[in-house]
Design a protein around this ligand. Structure first.
Ligand code: SDX
Length: 432
């Protein structure tokens, strides 16, 4: 139980209601209203839940004012170097600490053993339209995994959960690569047992039967970093969707499929596609960044500066900062440039000086630069949100596990403020 630190008083109808106050590890405080309706018939009104803690969690910590992000207490900046890799971060998010060599090797072997799709699942995959939205394919396929892996519908111990996590993390990579290959009219390339997670993905995406794709170290490092930076982000929209579905005691596949669908939205993970379309539109249209900044400020103009702003960060998203330097690093090593990166930088420079953005504390978020890196790897724009989902999957699994095994966890069922018709009567058709 988080420290019960002090109490708060709520005065209403000349009544004084005492409420407990909990203090989190970083000093953040939360007023306990869990019995407000039962004892006093009152609810609180917070439609987007931006002021409401829906759980206790020890997975990820964000300080939006200071631009702080930590996975299991480790500052995100410490993952910005070659040695950490996505799989060890995934293990740490799910199981609560960094794995030792043996645990990491064991998990890697489970990933390798579970790279292939069940032939029945693959046949289902082949019935989907070739040009279907990749996020629709991903959410359908994750949901359908429940049909082919019934042994994971009930996860009551960590060993079985580790097996389900390995299947999901490994097969989502295969589904993503196969989705791209099928849309491109290319044969499926199966995982190479000698390659690590990120290198294998690029191999499955870009190798040809007669020519194995040489995965450069800088590409593999860049993809590791991208997936690590997307791995979790506390109670974001898609993680909360996973928790809500999980709270009904739905299985892990159903919950993660819900997470994919929430992430798809352009205000959430779908923003990385919108950012790329925005930058590409500016480039092809020959628009000036100054014009775009003015358009983004005009509420009568539908143009929005995608990749800017955040529900929690009221400072620079630390992930965007890391990705911005990662772009320079990769392009320097590849000896290439991207005009869209120049446009992104100019937009950022103008916005960070403009009172409209400064006053509203709108800074670049994780989606602003991520697409530039995905594009540099040759990944098509319509696959960007699938890449976000591949990265976020360990975070969803970790959030699901925490919700599923939480002491006293109840089904998540918010209340409402009713503003509809007062009591009325059914009218026969002739009286309407
Ligand atoms: C992700 O929650 C997470 O952790 C998410 C995420 C994760 O890792 O899971 O970090 C991933 O989803 C990042 C966000 C990606 N979305 C975008 O980049 C879409 C563009 N950004 C916005 O739509 C917006 O900033 C949100 C949705 C991200 C946040 O919305 P808020 O906090 O509800 O802010 P708001 O919509 O109430 O806007 C406040 C003001 C408004 O102006 P006023 O009414 O005060 O005059 O800021 C303006 C908005 O119009 N504004 C923008 C803007 N974002 C907000 N104006 C222009 N361009 C923008 N991008």
């Amino acid at each position: 139980m988080t420290d019960l630190s002090d109490s708060a008083k709520l005065l209403i109808d000349d009544k004084e209601i005492n409420l407990d106050v909990y203090t989190g590890v970083e000093g953040e405080r939360s007023i306990d209203i869990t019995s407000l309706y039962k004892d006093h018939g009152l609810t609180t009104y917070d439609p987007s839940l931006g002021n409401t803690a829906i759980c206790r969690s020890s997975i990820t910590y964000i300080d939006g004012e200071r631009g702080v992000l930590r996975y299991r207490g480790i500052p995100i900046e410490q993952f910005d170097r070659p040695c950490p890799n996505f799989i060890e971060v995934a293990w740490a998010l799910i199981f609560g600490r960094l794995p030792d060599e043996e645990e990491l090797e064991q998990f890697r072997e489970m990933l390798t053993e579970n790279e292939l799709l069940h032939e029945g699942l693959k046949n289902q995959f082949m019935t989907l339209p070739v040009d279907a939205p990749p996020m629709a394919i991903l959410s359908a396929m994750i949901s359908m995994m429940a049909c082919y892996h019934k042994e994971f519908l009930l996860l009551e111990d960590e060993k079985i959960l580790m097996g389900a996590a390995a299947r999901l993390i490994s097969k989502v990579r295969t589904i993503a690569a196969f989705t791209y290959r099928r849309a491109a009219g290319l044969p499926f390339i199966y995982p190479h047992p000698g390659l690590r997670y990120c290198a294998n993905f690029l191999h499955m995406m870009f190798s040809l039967p007669y020519r194995q794709f040489e995965v450069s170290e800088e590409m593999e490092d860049a993809l590791n970093l991208l997936l690590i930076l997307h791995a979790d982000h506390e109670q974001n929209c898609s993680a909360s969707a996973v928790r809500v579905v999980c709270s009904a005691q739905a299985n892990l596949f159903a919950s993660c499929s819900a997470g994919v669908n929430a992430l798809w939205g352009p205000l959430h993970g779908g923003a990385n596609v919108k950012v790329m379309e925005m930058l590409d539109g500016i480039y092809r249209g020959g628009y000036k960044p100054e014009e775009c900044i003015e358009a983004a400020k005009d509420h009568n103009n539908p143009f929005r500066l995608f990749g800017f702003g955040h529900r929690v960060y009221r400072n620079y998203d630390p992930r965007a900062k890391i990705l911005k330097t990662a772009c320079d690093r990769l392009f320097a090593k590849m000896k290439k440039a991207d005009p869209l990166l120049d446009i992104a930088r100019k937009l950022e420079e103008l916005a960070l000086k403009d009172p409209y953005f400064v006053d509203r504390k709108l800074y670049p978020n994780v989606d602003f630069y991520s697409g530039i890196l995905f594009r540099a790897m040759g990944i098509p724009t319509n696959m960007f949100t699938v890449m976000f989902a591949m990265g976020r999957l360990p975070g969803w699994i970790a959030q699901w596990k925490e919700q599923h095994f939480a002491d006293g966890a109840k089904i998540i069922r918010p209340r409402q403020l009713y503003v509809g018709n007062p009591k009325s009567n059914y009218l026969e058709m002739e009286k309407r």
